[in-house]
Design a protein around this ligand. Sequence first.
Ligand SMILES: [Cu+2]
Length: 104
Amino acid sequence: MKLAIAVLLVGVTACGRTREARTHHVEIRAMQFVPVELVVSVGDTVVWTNEDVLPHTATAASFDSKDLASKAQWSYKVTAAGDYNYVCTYHPTMRGRVSARVVE
Ligand SMILES: [Cu+2]
């Protein structure tokens, strides 16, 4: 019986589900990040698109889009878990957050 359980556990581990990395989108429109908070898994990519006429940025301690002109896109691959609070450096009232979790 113990052997059967061991074999079963090995089997589950060996064929553990592989997870496809996902791409998440944040629109910048009307001076806001939409959605303002995003939950992602480590390995996922976030793409910001500026739908405003004004330039904006998505700037955190660990990433910086630099200038995003109207209709420009910028992407960031999340490589570590944590909460990434970011702002637009031109409009400090514009705030957003990416919460990155480790894939179980
Ligand atoms: Cu801005």
